[in-house]
Design a protein around this ligand. Structure first.
Ligand code: HAM
Length: 423
């Protein structure tokens, strides 16, 4: 019997894992600079949280959640995204009472959506995301967008497009909602079942429909930007002013609505424009969600954030032929010849490791030649050879692999010698 990995998931093998670590390290370092702190929430939450948080007319909730009943009869769901969980934790831990506001958080971890797998779309994928809770300043919207752009740029990506929109406040949304109903209702029978069901519940979702996106009524649908009230328009203008101040180019796209229900005011996505990048070009999505904290039982608190998946980021790097600088290879391989030397090598390797040196030895009882080959495959910077003769003389032969230079070193000073030459 043989087993296969579940559809839409992937093993990250050691060579790939090094790239992941590099990306994670850059994301963490940028969060440190922007003063965002890490939060870790559970992989599963009560299903109700996502119904409330993400919205029960969204594709995520209607079609994509991994929901199960636990042995105690509770309905739980593998998190499809991070924002609802972070907000749940924010409320539960009364972070709105923290002296430092806004509370700026980041997270990194697997999310689960039952989607049709294709290039760039997985059923388990890793999101890196940030949430800034407690500020209504358009400058924080610009900061959040800048942080996302900074991650991509630091990694070397150039072919990026930032698209922004405003979804307005409650009042603006109400006016737009009615305009959408008026626009679609006479011909709603030409649309898919989902759109029909969403017409009165949440007509904005129709604009996000994948099946009906080429229907002529989609192109002529009323634009949210024409329904923004004074306050929403001013807010949006300020966000744009700050982006310009930060030197971040962007496009305004009034059709950008995002796939989750909690958004208002600023919404944005970052796409890859690299040639050969698959059909799904969105690398990152985010926006403001001023009503969500209240929806989840907390006091009225504004919030904004984004999430990006590492899988799509890696695909974008590949499309732009960027390979992360990964230092592979160990510092020193200890080759041993003879029974006594083998025993000594165990202690030498341990001593090197104690000093922070990446060291390896043979565990396959290989001949010297094969041990040297293994050292080569591991890209060892140095090889240290210990034979019966050397052992008797109390020395070890240290060879620099790149230059071929050799040196006999006393066994007593071997570790400190290696420390010196490796510095
Ligand atoms: P989202 O647009 O659903 O937003 O997902 C954000 C990002 O996650 C996408 O741009 C994409 O990079 C990645 N992603 C989503 N689904 C998949 C998938 N099936 N396979 C691979 N990558 C995927 C959110 O999740 C919001 N929580 C973002 C946010 C945070 N808004 C405010 N704060």
């Amino acid at each position: 019997m043989s087993f296969q990995i579940p559809r839409g998931t992937q093993d990250i093998l050691p060579e790939q894992a090094a790239k992941w670590q590099y990306i994670e390290q850059i994301a963490r370092e940028l969060c440190r600079r922007y003063n965002y702190q890490e939060i870790r929430t559970p992989i599963f939450e009560h299903t109700e949280l996502f119904l409330r948080g993400v919205g029960d007319t969204t594709d995520i909730v209607q079609k994509e959640m991994y929901t199960f009943e636990d042995r105690g009869g509770r309905s739980l769901t593998l998190r499809p995204e991070g924002t609802a969980a972070v907000v749940r934790s924010f409320v539960e831990n009364k972070m709105y009472g923290y002296p430092n506001q806004p509370v700026k958080l980041y997270y990194m971890g697997p999310m689960f959506r039952y989607e049709r797998p294709q290039a760039g779309r997985f059923r388990q994928f890793v999101q890196f995301g940030v949430e800034a809770l407690g500020s209504n300043d358009p400058a924080i919207d610009a900061e959040v967008i800048a942080l996302a752009m900074d991650i991509y740029r630091t990694l070397g990506l150039k072919k990026l497009k930032l698209v922004i929109n405003s979804l307005g406040d409650v009042e603006s949304r109400k006016a737009h909602r009615q305009a959408l109903i008026d626009h679609f209702q006479h011909r709603i029978h030409e649309f898919c079942d989902d759109c029909q069901a969403r017409l009165h519940k949440n007509p904005m979702r129709i604009l996000d429909c994948k099946k009906d996106r080429n229907h002529e009524l989609m192109r002529t649908a009323p634009s949210i930007l024409d329904y923004l009230n004074e306050q929403s328009r001013t807010y949006f203008e300020k966000v744009q002013m700050y982006l310009q101040k930060l030197g971040i180019p962007f496009e305004v796209d009034p059709r950008l609505v995002r796939g989750l229900d909690y958004y208002n005011h600023t919404a944005f996505e970052i796409m890859s424009e690299a040639e050969g990048f698959g059909a799904i070009t969105t690398l990152c999505g985010g926006g403001r969600y001023n009503g969500l904290v209240q929806e989840i039982g907390g006091p009225e608190t504004p919030g904004i954030g984004f999430a990006l998946s590492i899988e799509r980021l890696l695909a974008a790097l590949e499309a732009e032929s960027i390979s992360p600088p990964i230092s592979e290879g160990i510092d020193c391989y200890v080759v041993a010849l003879g029974e006594q030397a083998k025993e000594e090598a165990v202690a030498l390797v341990a001593a090197l490791r104690q000093e922070g040196i990446a060291a390896e030895k043979d565990y396959q009882d290989r001949k010297v030649k094969a041990q040297l080959k293994a050292a080569d495959r591991l890209h060892a910077t140095y090889v240290a050879i210990l034979g019966e003769d050397e052992l008797q003389k109390g020395v070890i032969n240290v060879k620099h692999m790149a230059t071929g230079e050799q040196q006999e070193v006393s066994l007593h000073t071997f570790v400190s010698h290696m420390k010196n030459v490796l510095q």
